[in-house]
Design a protein around this ligand. Structure first.
Ligand SMILES: [Zn+2]
Length: 262
């Protein structure tokens, strides 16, 4: 299979040599691959537009002996130009791209993840509430990758959650009801309402991303939990998360408006 065609999301792009770019591509059928596109930084190059970050494009790739593909053709399928109009939208788009880049091994196809992130970029581009789009898509990505426990019942007693707070221990992968949770634990505690939103997002349709919105303390709890999971799996903070935290601080002061009523 030296040459193949696929749909790709452009995760990353950086300048290389005089006129080339190095790309990280999430292909729909072949997983994440690194690729070089030669000459695209020359003025008016016909592939330049299709290979901008966050774009969804059809490409032809040549796989030689190295582990680096060469892009031989690229045609823009969909650009999400309006994402860059607003910092929170852009931040969440970059978070999702970073999660795909950091959590997926190379050449491991995941068409559902591809479709999900493409749908999320579309929803952000439409101006749907950015954090709800980002969190819903982000948690679903974690679920597809197998990093989320069964959120429907207590990991110890097996009961469904009916009252109080729910304890989620990211390290052990347990989700505990109020009776089974140890009193002194560093694990995250979230409101039942936050868990209900999370459960809803995990089974909602990708076309509806950002229609079920969370705000206030529940948003803070779920953001915190999401990035705890990402940090646990990647062992290093995402740059896009730091950017998002700075945005939050600018909007709400040094506490970031999170967990204010715990
Ligand atoms: Zn229990």
């Amino acid at each position: 299979m030296p040459s193949y065609r696929d749909e790709v999301l452009i995760l990353k792009r950086r300048a290389y040599r005089d006129h080339d770019v190095l790309l990280t591509l999430f292909t729909k059928q072949h997983g994440k691959v690194a690729a070089v596109a030669k000459g695209v930084r020359r003025p008016q190059h016909k592939m330049a537009g299709a290979l901008q970050p966050l774009n969804w494009s059809d490409v032809a790739l040549y796989r030689g002996r190295s582990n680096l593909e060469t892009v031989t053709e690229a045609l823009l399928k969909q650009g999400f130009w309006r994402i860059a109009d607003e910092l929170e939208r852009l931040s969440w788009a970059l978070v999702l791209v970073d999660v795909l880049d950091q959590l997926w091994p190379e050449r491991e196809p995941s068409p559902p993840s591809f479709d999900l992130v493409a749908a999320a970029l579309g929803a952000l581009n439409e101006g749907r509430p950015a954090s709800s789009v980002g969190l819903a898509a982000g948690f679903r990505l974690l679920a597809i990758a197998g990093f989320l426990p069964d959120m429907g019942q207590c990991s110890v007693c097996g009961e469904a959650f009916h009252r109080g707070v729910v304890t989620i221990d990211v390290t052990s992968g347990q989700v505990l009801c109020q009776t089974c949770a140890p009193t002194h634990s560093a694990a995250d505690r979230i409101r039942l309402g936050s868990l209900r939103s999370l459960q809803y997002w995990l089974r909602d349709q990708p076309e509806r991303l950002g229609r079920a919105v969370v705000t206030g303390p529940m948003k803070g709890e779920l953001e915190h939990l999401f990035f705890r999971y990402v940090l646990h799996e990647t062992a290093k903070p995402l740059k896009s998360y730091q950017f998002l935290q700075n945005l939050d601080r600018m909007a709400h002061g040094p506490e970031g408006g999170k967990h204010a009523d715990h």
